[in-house]
Write a protein that binds this ligand. Structure first.
Ligand SMILES: [Zn+2]
Length: 342
């Protein structure tokens, strides 16, 4: 099947009461790992590429790998999403390339680190929504800013400095018409999220619940939601790595989020940890190896394992065959009618 609209995937997830992991990719092995995990667990999938990933793959390689995935895994509904678009231009180039969903992160200026004004955010996001919906493409916006800048996007170290204000979230959705909304509740990007195990208090889950109560029809997105499991950290350190002790977002908190309107959960660090640990192990145990396949294959398998586990934990497993994809033209028509009615 062709790449599908993220709106449809998330609407279905809302109906079924589950969440969908959005996994970042930069190369063929990561795409293969996700697709194998999806087949194994019968999951719909969101594959996402950051600006960095698009630069690394020069777009074309990434896009054609995704087309290969649609041919090889015809039973899996799959979305190609732009993660953290920093400008209207970035989002438009993703749409031109064939992405079926884009994130316009107007919570920061185009440099990806300076917090912007509410007015700026509304204006750029609205512009992207108009262009995207005309083509049936989904839009995710962000209100409030995430902490951490390891992925080149975030307002800096303090994840609690720019939490999402529920009143602003309501106003933002009304003014922009976004399909999905990333909210800041204390998570941050990268491996170093928390210095001790976070509780429902560290993560502002009550705020998430309040936002969902006020915006029951908007799909909420949790960014920076890798769980950074200790066993994956240990493998890296056991074979010569030097990760400092760190904690991610506990699965129970994500599952509480899913009960309260979270439909998209962004995971990148867990995949990176799995890949790096597997490669380090081969390098350490078999220093005589020099065929890249000898370490990329176990790396791919390690990522597949953690992705399949997340798909099961988020509840998307078993739902790949629930629905037939709605063509983007039909989605565009629905947006037009919705627009006329409002
Ligand atoms: Zn993010």
């Amino acid at each position: 099947m062709p790449l599908v609209s993220m709106r449809q995937l998330l609407d279905e997830a809302a109906k079924g009461g589950y969440g969908v992991g959005a996994f970042n990719v930069n190369n063929m092995e990561q795409i293969q790992a996700i697709m194998e995990a999806a087949r194994e667990t019968k999951s719909p999938v969101i594959v996402q590429a950051s600006r960095g990933a698009r630069a690394y793959t020069n777009d074309k390689f990434l896009y054609h790998l995704m087309l290969a995935a649609t041919e090889l895994y015809p039973e899996i509904p799959m979305v190609l999403h732009q993660d953290h678009g920093n400008s209207v231009e970035t989002c438009k180039s993703a749409m031109a390339m064939g992405f079926t969903s884009v994130m316009m992160d107007g919570s920061l200026m185009a440099d990806g680190k300076t917090p912007s004004s509410f007015e700026y955010n509304v204006s750029v996001t609205r512009e992207v929504v108009e262009a995207a919906h005309a083509k049936g493409i989904t839009v995710e916006g962000e209100i409030g800013c995430l902490g951490g800048i390891e992925d080149g996007h975030g307002a800096g170290g303090d994840a609690l400095a720019h939490l999402t204000d529920p009143d602003q979230a309501v106003e933002f959705v009304r003014l922009t018409g976004v399909d999905a909304l990333a909210i800041a509740i204390g998570t941050s990007h990268g491996a170093y999220k928390f210095t001790r195990k976070p509780t429902g208090e560290t993560l502002k889950m009550d705020r998430l619940i309040e936002i969902h109560r006020r915006l029951p029809n908007t799909h909420l997105v949790m960014h920076g939601s890798s769980s950074v499991p200790k066993d994956l950290q240990d493998i890296i350190n056991q074979y010569g790595g030097k990760l400092k002790p760190t904690w991610g977002v506990p699965i129970e908190e994500i599952q509480l989020g899913i009960k309260n309107g979270v439909r998209k959960i962004n995971v990148d660090t867990d995949s990176r940890l799995a890949i790096t640990g597997a490669i380090r192990k081969v390098f350490f145990e078999k220093p005589e190896e020099f065929d890249p396949r000898s370490y990329l294959k176990p790396a791919r398998e390690a990522m597949e394992k953690v992705v399949a586990q997340r798909m099961t934990q988020f509840g998307q497993a078993g739902h790949a065959g629930d629905y037939t994809p709605i063509p983007l033209e039909e989605m565009a028509k629905r947006y037009r009618l919705q627009h006329l009615a409002s």
